[in-house]
Design a protein around this ligand. Sequence first.
Ligand SMILES: [Zn+2]
Ligand SMILES: [Zn+2]
Length: 414
Amino acid sequence: MKITVYNYSIFSQDITVQIRSFERSINQLETDLITAAERCNASEYELLKLIAEFELRQGFRLWLMNSTAEWLNLKCGITVGTAQEKVRVALALLDKPKWSEAFRTGQLSYSKARAMTRVPDADEDALLDEALHRTASQVEDWCRRLRNANPAISTRDAEQAHRSRWLSCTRDAEGMVHLNADLPADVGLLVMKALEIAAQHLPHGECEHHEDADNESFCARQADALVDMAKAYLSGDGEGKRTQGDRYQVVVHVDESALQHQGGKSDLPISTVERLLCDASAVELIEDGQGQPLDVGRKYRTLPPAQRRALEARDGHCQYPGCTHTLWLEGHHVEHWARGGKTSVDASVLMCSRHHRLLHEGGFEMSQDANGSYFIRTLYGRVLTSDPSRDGCRSHPPSRDGLVQEPRALYLVR
Ligand SMILES: [Zn+2]
Ligand SMILES: [Zn+2]
């Protein structure tokens, strides 16, 4: 690179201008960059191989450390979180000779290998073929959807996402309040949808006295929408609706095979999709092999309005034993319609959102006994029925005020 420096004076001010001229063309620069990236991929693979060996031989124990990640943090300057992920990828690649070879020769990047190893049961050849012809972001999205379709993995993911939800609120010295929230994808989209609708109802040009009234940023309007949502809730407008109905629409794309638990792709963990589909509007979409839509069916409700009304009349509140919630109820298909269950009032019950989530993502099961009565089996095998003389709650010691304590298993799902 050649740098030519010009100094000149204008209006008594000294100005310095540097003109940089480069020797190689942009095309050559691109080629050099790609070659360097491939070399990095190959070196990264070598690093992962060493990490896998170190982990298998438990080398960190020589230093009385707790893990390879801690050792990498100390000796190689890799933060613990990143190091843990490297260890995971390194071990996963041991069983994937074709992915390893593509990585070793520089064709596969760490970003792609990292996403691919999150789908351990994937067809090695097919996923490698996809990965080599897609961008890193597309591979990440592809793998996430493959993982979502596998109930054995994604139910755990959904539960982990639910456990990781949080919202924090801090105030700074300038008088601003900062809100930060982490939410599972389905409820996060719900909040975003509510914000979008609230933003549509905001008056336009609220700050007409500002010169930039027309340029009010999208983010600023989102903040206004959040305030409007809070005002509506506090004024009572946000309450009073008993039913789920079509109060919001979130589009989720899921392969039919994924709903049958036979592979395929899904935008969200399959157990979450199943919960949403228990009582939602659905549209069947037929696609070609490239994912291009060929035909779109009619939108229909998975629990038709008449059945929904009958269900509300019959149940009135959440049917989880002991629960009396009457707001935001969701219809639950005892045997999911996507896997051959009937869509009828007899085969459905009303559930509050918390208990509905436990049935799908929490490992709880609802079944019918020989008399046709429903019972719930918790993750730990405890059986609950609406008849207190029959369910497992009875075995719990009464608390000091004589009330039966709620079993821990209702809260502790893993
Ligand atoms: Zn359900
Ligand atoms: Zn409930």
